[in-house]
Design a protein around this ligand. Structure first.
Ligand code: SF4
Ligand code: SF4
Ligand code: SF4
Length: 352
């Protein structure tokens, strides 16, 4: 039986798995768990509060609020706090996340969003691309794992669900290709429109593209829908203006699309990031050889009897298939869930 066949046999199509008891024979698992406990360092009593997972959650929430400072105005009427965040707006470059430029009070724009819009103006986004590549080379896709508001929402929706669906490897790799197709289409349209505008022939194409003209991904970009389109809708202010919702039109479809993303995330962690996000694919091109990454300590790792790191990985990466020294996976978002859950403390952060 080939390795792939064995894995398919282990996992099965669309299998629902629970953490971390799968694929390990009972006597072997008990022995492994016992050994792991013996190897584990003494527990820090403050570990519940001060650990990697909690740190990431705090940072995710902090950036979610900071990136979309408008909520202080809209919900809490705190203009001074909003003003503090907005003072950063002109000095922070775009970063490799998904964050629309048009969000009314957004502090940081996403590199992908900025690149798309720059292309449609007929210019080449030298500065944005350069800043994006430098960030990705240094920290890989850590902004996806620690900062991106869309990733944060998906992570928090997934949290209560312990049994998650993980497609078989072949299905997963086919689904991952969808985001490449989306990237090619939306970037192709942006470059085409930019070229047409630069040569003074953009009018007919712009008219034909309609809402997709200035950024072809924007109407389907969940960050744009959530942080730009929904806040700018004509909201009812009372019973007498309830009929406003009928004027929302296409926005209803967009709201349904975003809702589906979050509902499915309950069972399938980060499925939008893994399969649909064209920004994530762009970032993955430059993060493969990032200076920071994940490795496994061969003296501690027991890959034949344990797969906990793969079960908890939100990006469904086959961690054990990579060399021990450095896992150069373009899909790794440096969330460090594998490190937090490894029973043998075998996952290490590598700088190279
Ligand atoms: S892949 Fe996910 S985390 Fe990364 S930019 Fe896209 S939505 Fe955000
Ligand atoms: S690195 Fe993964 S396979 Fe190795 S011991 Fe840790 S959880 Fe198990
Ligand atoms: S390999 Fe580890 S750090 Fe990378 S995405 Fe998976 S769980 Fe996160």
């Amino acid at each position: 039986m080939t390795e792939d066949a064995e894995r398919l046999d282990d996992i099965g199509e669309e299998e629902e798995i629970s953490e971390p008891e799968i694929e390990i024979e009972e006597p072997v698992k008990k022995k492994e768990m016992k050994e792991a406990k013996e190897k584990k360092p003494r527990t820090n009593p403050l570990g519940i509060l001060f650990n990697l997972r909690m740190l990431r959650r705090f940072i995710q929430i902090g950036f979610f609020i900071a990136i979309n400072a408008y909520i202080f105005v809209a919900w809490f009427h705190m203009p001074n706090v909003t003003g503090f965040f907005l003072s950063f707006r002109n000095i922070i470059p775009s970063i490799p996340i998904l964050s629309p430029l048009e969000a009314p009070f957004a502090v940081i724009a996403g590199s992908f969003d900025t690149i798309q819009q720059t292309f449609t103006t007929g210019l080449f986004p030298f500065f944005t691309l350069g800043a994006m590549i430098i960030i990705l080379i240094f920290v890989g896709r850590a902004p996806c794992g620690w900062i991106c508001p869309l990733g944060t929402i998906q992570d928090f929706v997934t949290l209560p669900k312990r049994n998650k669906i993980r497609p078989a490897p072949n299905t997963e790799s086919e689904l991952r290709k969808v985001k490449i197709y989306i990237f090619v289409i939306v970037t192709g349209l942006a470059v085409w429109l930019g070229f047409a505008r630069a040569t003074g022939t953009g009018g007919p194409l712009e008219a034909a593209l309609g809402a997709f003209a200035n950024d072809a991904f924007a109407p389907l970009n969940p960050a744009n829908i959530l942080f730009n389109i929904i806040p700018n809708l004509n909201w009812p202010e009372g019973i007498s203006t309830l009929w406003y919702v009928y004027s929302w039109g296409f926005a209803w479809l967009q709201i349904a699309f975003v809702s589906i993303i979050f509902i499915v995330s309950f069972w399938v962690p980060r499925w939008f990031c893994r399969w649909l996000c064209p920004a994530g694919w762009l970032y993955s091109i430059f993060s493969r050889e990032a200076l920071i990454g994940i490795g496994r300590n061969p003296a501690r790792c027991t890959p034949d009897t344990c797969n906990v790191c793969e079960v908890v990985c939100p990006m469904n990466i086959r961690i054990r298939k990579f060399p021990y020294q450095h896992m150069h996976s373009p899909d790794c978002i440096m969330c460090l869930e594998c490190k937090s859950h490894c029973p043998n403390n075998a996952i290490v952060i590598r700088f190279s």
